[in-house]
Design a protein around this ligand. Sequence first.
Ligand code: PM9
Length: 469
Amino acid sequence: MSNMKTTGQQHGRRSWAEPWKIKMVEPIDMLDDEGRRGAMEEAGYNTFLLRSDAVYIDLLTDSGTNAMSDRQWAALMMGDEAYAGSRNYYRLEETVQKFYGYRYLVPTHQGRGAEHLISQAAIKEGQVVPGNMYFTTTRLHQELAGGTFIDVIIDEAHDPKSEHPFKGNIDLAKLERVIEERGAGNIAYVSLAGTVNMAGGQPVSMENVKAVRELCNRHGVKLYLDATRLAENAYFIKEREPGWRDRPIAEIVRAFCDYSDGAWKSSKKDGLVNIGGWLCVNDFELFEELRNMVVVYEGLHTYGGIAGRDMEAMAIGIEECMNDDYMHSRIGQVRYLADMLLEWGIPIVRPTGGHAVFLDALGFYPDMPRECYPAQTLAAKLFLDSGVRGMERGAVSAGRDPETGLDRKPALELVRLTLPRRVYTQAHMDVTAEAIKAVWDKRGEAKGLKMVYEPRYLRFFQARFEPLE
Ligand code: PM9
């Protein structure tokens, strides 16, 4: 039975509240105008290069920024820091098997550790990896393993105004075409992510994963999931897909995973911890290979680069993120912020996604050339106005095409305001919305940025810019 009933909604109340109360607080304050200007200049107009002390409300990412529960903090004291065979590993293994249903688990220090292992083990030089929109670290690991990512997400995902309820879905015709053109033997696997990050946190339907599985079966192709935000994806299935309304999030996650051959996960997101990740597969031979590789790149196969105490907190985080009441408040907070912006006519990606509100920078600055990095500019302007930190998710994040060396120009040029879980209150959301409104009202003044330093990999993390004005 769903525990959503405890929100009191059955009594006709309109409001919801978080199913937790605050036990410990971390003071924050805002630098004055001059302080914020100095901090932004020092950071080369890249919000990743700001010191967090300079930030007032930090919506850079939901990755590793979660507030852990009292149960998780208490669990840290139960860490078994044995080099080999830690009891926390077995607890994590049992929990992952129970909730995600896979046979074999390899722990990793975070998501990209798992991406590295699966890419190296499952991609052969020259193979392609079709998937539902690229993610920065995922695609890079696929490329470093000799693969080429091919986007087969539905067209609606590239349109910020489309109200399609499952904009994360794979376009089956596109996928079939890739398989037929390249030949099934040249497909490493299909890479399917829940609540697609770069599309605006957009979900994948159960119907779609089932159909993708059937298509993969017909061609003998493997299907692996990026389960980083799969519990959040399950909320949208419950809300929007016929037949799932009365099913708990946990059941939906399990049913979704059952269509796949394995998954990787950054537990730093909907897994409700600050560090950790894992990789799971059902195939024993592949598992043996991964278990062997993990000792080279991460650590022994019973800790994979993290402490025993962190594995214990991860196991509890899995149980907590499957709580329907919690998930209702989580997605509800994202919508609270989005709805204020919509009321003021501020352009954001529709429908509102699972982990963040995405500002449409091309809607803010329709006349600014893409070469002047509208989203990078908008993220900088927002920090300068109010100390609110967001993240560019546009041309800078997309990087260069490895073959041509030219800048990729994704259809979406966005600033992501990502909500850490169980961290900020609705008052913080009010202040954030008002800051965005102030930047929106002054949108005619923005001139853009030029890139003055570009690192080789994942340039958005460390690139530096100068203002054009
Ligand atoms: N995502 C995020 O902020 C953190 C790094 S990139 C700015 O959204 C997916 C869907 C992710 C993700 C990280 C990873 C990698 C894999 N898949 O950061 O290595 O969103 O734990 O996970 C970030 P790790």
